[in-house]
Unconditional design. Structure first.
Length: 455
C-alpha cells in the first residue's frame, strides 16, 4: 500500500465494534467501503470457519469496488492474499485465498445478479459475508445468505426506501447511541422495522473520512446542484429513488408535519382551514399492488393544502376482496371520522373511470343519512399539468404550499417513489394511487392553493 490511510475516531470505533450484522450507509466519498473491507478481512482472519463470501452485483463489480481498487483487498493485504478470478482446480468459483495466523481462509466472490450461480454456491455455512451495494441486491439472495453466516456486513448507497431490503434488513439495525446524532432525521425515523439484537447501523459522511481535507469536502459538495436528486443522494446521503423521480423537491423536513403541530397552530389561531375536500381512487385487481386510496385534505387561508388523512386497501392482501358495495360504507365512515376531527368536506371526488363505485356511493346516499355529494373527478386537467402544480406547491425557491401529516405513510411513500417513464414525458403507472386521490380532491379548488394562475 503506497500511503497510510487515515482513520477518524468514528471509523476506529467501527473497527472495534462487535455485532452479528452491520449496515453501512452514507454520502459519497465517505470511505465506508474502504474501511469496511479492512474490518471484513480482520473478521475473516479471526473466524473459526474456513469459507467466507464477498458478494456484489457481478464478480467484475466486486473486483473493481473491493478487490483491486486502491486501498482494496490486494492493495492492503498484499502477499497475504491471492485472487483466483477464474477459480482453480479445487474451487471452480472465483475466490480469494487468504493466509492468516488462524489458517488459510477461502473467500468466495459471488455476483448476486446470476441466480443460478449463487444458488449453486450457497450450500454451506460461512463465517463472514460482505454484501456490496446491498440496496441493488437480489433480495432472495440476501434472505438466503443471511441464514448462513456468523457475521454479515452490508454496504449501501441511498436508494428507494420502499425496497424490501430496507424493511427486512437495513431498518432492523440501530445506530449506537454515541453516533445517533450523525444519522439524518429522515433516515433515523425509517429505522423502524423490528429491532434485531445488536444489529448495528452506521451512517458515514465526508466528515468521517479523515483522508479528505476541507477543500476536498467543499469540492464534493459543489459537484451536484442543491435541491436535485443527485444532491440529496450523494451529498446529503438521503434515501430516495436515484433516477426519474418526479417529486424530487419533496423533503420530509420541509413538507411533513405532525398532527400535533397542525392542531397547535389551529388552537393559537395561526392557521385556519377555509376548505375541506376528499378524493377516492380505486383498483379492484387481486393480482397487482394497486390500491383503493381515500384521502382527506384541508386548504388554509394562507393558500396551503394539507393532506390530513388517508386510508388504503389492497385486494391482493385480503382473503375476501372488496367490491364497490364494500367501498361505499368504508368511504362514508372515513369522511365522517375526518368531519368530526377537522370539518365537513361536502363535495368529494371519485375516479370517474369507476362508474360502478360511483353508482354504489349514490345508492348508499339514497338509503342512508348522508350529507356528501359524490362527484366524478374532473380529469381535463392533464396528469402532467397536475404534476406541475404539485411541484410548484411542494417547493419553489423556498416557498411551500403543500404539506402532509406524518401518519399518511402511503402518500409520503408515493411522493418519494412516483417516477417518469424512461422513454417518454409521462409518469409510470405505479406508486400513484394516493397521488391520484389527492389530485381529484384539490383540482376543483386549485385556484385557492399557491400562486395560482388560471387557464
Amino acid at each position: 500500500m503506497s500511503d497510510e490511510y487515515k482513520l477518524s475516531k468514528k471509523y476506529l470505533d467501527f473497527l472495534k465494534h462487535n455485532a452479528p450484522v452491520e449496515a453501512l450507509e452514507g454520502t459519497t466519498a465517505a470511505g465506508k467501503t474502504t474501511v469496511g473491507i479492512t474490518k471484513f478481512m480482520l473478521k475473516v482472519a479471526k473466524s473459526k470457519k474456513k469459507m467466507h463470501v464477498i458478494a456484489a452485483k457481478t464478480t467484475g463489480v466486486a473486483e473493481k469496488n473491493i478487490i483491486q481498487k486502491e486501498y482494496g483487498i490486494i492493495d492492503v493485504f498484499g502477499d497475504l492474499v491471492r485472487y483466483n478470478g477464474n477459480g482453480d482446480k479445487d474451487n471452480k468459483i472465483p475466490h480469494i485465498r487468504y493466509t492468516t495466523s488462524n489458517g488459510e481462509k477461502i473467500i468466495y466472490v459471488l455476483g448476486y445478479d446470476n441466480v443460478d450461480k449463487w444458488k449453486m454456491a450457497l450450500g454451506s455455512q460461512f463465517g463472514c459475508v460482505l454484501i456490496d451495494e446491498v440496496n441493488t441486491a437480489n433480495v432472495e439472495f440476501v434472505r438466503e445468505i443471511s441464514t448462513r453466516n456468523d457475521y454479515m456486513m452490508m454496504t449501501l448507497n441511498p436508494d428507494d426506501p420502499n425496497l424490501p431490503i430496507y424493511d427486512e434488513f437495513i431498518n432492523c439495525c440501530r445506530p449506537l447511541e454515541k453516533y445517533k446524532k450523525d444519522v439524518p432525521a429522515e433516515i433515523l425515523e425509517q429505522l423502524n422495522s423490528e429491532e434485531k439484537p445488536n444489529w448495528t447501523y452506521w451512517f458515514f459522511s465526508f466528515y468521517d473520512n479523515a483522508s479528505l481535507s476541507e477543500a476536498d469536502i467543499e469540492k464534493k459538495k459543489l459537484s451536484a446542484p442543491k435541491g436535485t436528486k443527485l444532491y440529496k443522494n450523494k451529498i446529503l446521503g438521503l434515501r430516495g429513488r436515484a433516477t426519474g423521480l418526479i417529486f424530487s423537491n419533496f423533503e420530509r423536513k420541509n413538507n411533513v408535519k405532525s398532527k400535533q403541530n397542525i392542531k397547535k397552530l389551529l388552537e393559537d389561531r395561526k392557521l385556519k382551514f377555509i376548505q375541506f375536500t376528499a378524493g377516492l381512487d380505486t383498483a379492484y385487481s387481486q393480482e397487482s399492488p394497486d390500491t383503493f386510496a381515500f384521502t382527506f385534505l384541508g386548504i388554509t387561508d394562507k393558500k396551503e393544502v394539507v393532506v390530513l388523512d388517508e386510508e388504503v386497501y389492497n385486494n391482493k392482501d385480503l382473503t375476501i376482496p372488496l367490491a364497490p358495495s364494500d367501498i361505499a360504507p368504508r368511504f362514508f365512515n372515513f369522511l365522517e371520522r375526518n368531519r368530526k376531527e377537522w370539518g365537513l368536506a361536502r363535495d368529494v371526488f371519485v375516479d370517474s373511470a369507476d362508474q360502478a363505485t360511483i353508482t354504489e356511493l349514490k345508492k348508499f346516499k339514497r338509503i342512508n343519512p348522508c350529507v356528501y355529494n359524490f362527484i366524478n373527478a374532473y380529469k381535463k386537467v392533464t396528469i402532467v399539468d397536475r404534476i406541475h402544480f404539485m411541484l410548484g406547491w411542494i417547493n419553489t425557491n423556498g416557498k411551500i404550499f403543500y404539506y402532509v401529516l406524518d401518519h399518511c405513510i402511503n402518500h409520503i411513500r408515493e411522493l418519494e417513489t412516483y417516477s417518469w417513464k424512461e422513454d417518454k414525458y409521462e409518469p409510470e403507472d405505479a406508486n400513484d394511487h394516493t397521488i391520484n386521490s389527492v389530485q381529484y380532491a384539490w383540482i376543483p379548488f386549485r385556484a385557492k392553493i399557491g400562486n395560482y394562475e388560471g387557464e
